[in-house]
Design a protein around this ligand. Structure first.
Ligand code: ATP
Length: 308
């Protein structure tokens, strides 16, 4: 019989965070159709928990936010992650992945990428494949542009498709109210709306654009960070979902230091002065009825990690 203190060897639990983009700047799409990005990610305390249990095949189940609308076949990002690691490591073991979802589906917070990152870390541990950090980041990059950041966590600057990462220095923590919308937004649709809105007027990239933001992070100054938040995709998300304008305005009226759409949206992130103030902003958003659900979160937090 297993004693209460013994460590089980046939299952592991891994936690991976959702993210907000403190800044996101998109250039004109290249010949491959992708928009080169410069983005500053921050991992926040809204988590996906994945329990990986030894099994014959690779399967997935889900509970929590949007569990009904996410596929459970081999298009599920967690399944793809496990399949990729198995094929790279040349092993035929299976795994059952159970995901407790808290990050909104298609919410711009990279919940699917968090699941993929968690599945990589969990199966590496369960199967004893001994992948290095670099190996996992490389596998993550093949699964999706946001997967490497879900592995790394904390705060980082992403370039390329957002998958080439440089950690950013941050002092202290920041407190967010996050408004989850009723429905999701498709990322390709938002980029296409961005192209339509811009026409030929694509802004020149300026390497100094985020100097104030990086300084705000280094000094732990939420007021300066609030002023520096920026997302090129925000007008496109608002164009596709005009109701989001009310969410943004409600957070501003509640005194948020800055309000920004997360990634391709529609989640809206509002920065509080401190934890209590983020709760006040969250209460105002809830009372105004402008979101399906409002939560508070802190950032930065670590990337995908084993829970013991
Ligand atoms: P993106 O990473 O494309 O910007 P997002 O952060 O807005 O997306 P996600 O919830 O990560 O939103 O995923 C978007 C799509 O990926 C959904 O339409 C969903 O069907 C598909 N998907 C595949 N696997 C998963 C998963 N494990 N969790 C969530 N979505 C998944």
């Amino acid at each position: 019989m297993t004693s209460a203190l013994s460590v089980p060897t046939d299952w592991v639990r891994v936690r991976a965070p959702g993210k907000v983009n403190l800044s996101l700047r998109a250039a004109a799409p290249g010949p491959d159709g992708y928009h080169p990005l410069v983005t500053v990610f921050q991992a926040v305390s809204v988590y996906e928990d994945v329990v990986a249990t030894a099994a014959d095949d690779i399967t997935v189940s889900m509970t929590g936010t949007g569990d009904q609308i996410v596929p459970t076949d081999s298009s599920n990002l967690a399944v793809r992650a496990a399949q990729l690691l198995a094929s790279r490591a040349g092993i035929s073991d299976g795994v059952h992945l159970h995901i407790d979802k808290r990050v909104p589906v298609a919410g711009g917070m990279a919940g699917g990428s968090a699941d993929a990152a968690a599945a990589l870390v969990a199966t590496d541990e369960l199967w004893g494949t001994g992948a290095s950090r670099e190996d996992l980041l490389d596998l993550g990059r093949q699964l999706g542009a946001d997967v490497p950041f879900a592995l790394m966590g904390h705060t980082a600057v992403g370039t390329g498709r957002g998958d080439m990462l440089t950690p950013a220095m941050v002092v202290g923590e920041f407190h967010w109210a996050l408004a989850f919308a009723e429905h999701g937004l498709s990322t390709p649709r938002v980029f296409s709306a961005l192209d339509d809105l811009r026409g030929d007027e694509v802004p020149e990239s300026d390497p100094d654009s985020d100097i104030e933001l990086m300084q705000a992070l280094r000094t732990g100054d939420p007021h300066a960070l609030g002023e520096a938040l920026h997302n090129d995709l925000q007008p496109a998300a608002l164009h596709l979902l005009p109701d989001l304008g009310r969410t943004v305005q409600t957070a501003r009226d509640a005194g948020a230091l800055g309000v920004v759409v997360c990634g391709s949206g529609p989640t809206v992130a509002a920065l509080g002065r401190n934890r209590a103030h983020a709760q006040v902003v969250a209460a105002s958003l809830t009372l105004a009825g402008v979101a399906r659900q409002v939560v508070t979160a802190t950032g930065p937090v670590p990337g995908a990690r084993l829970l013991v």
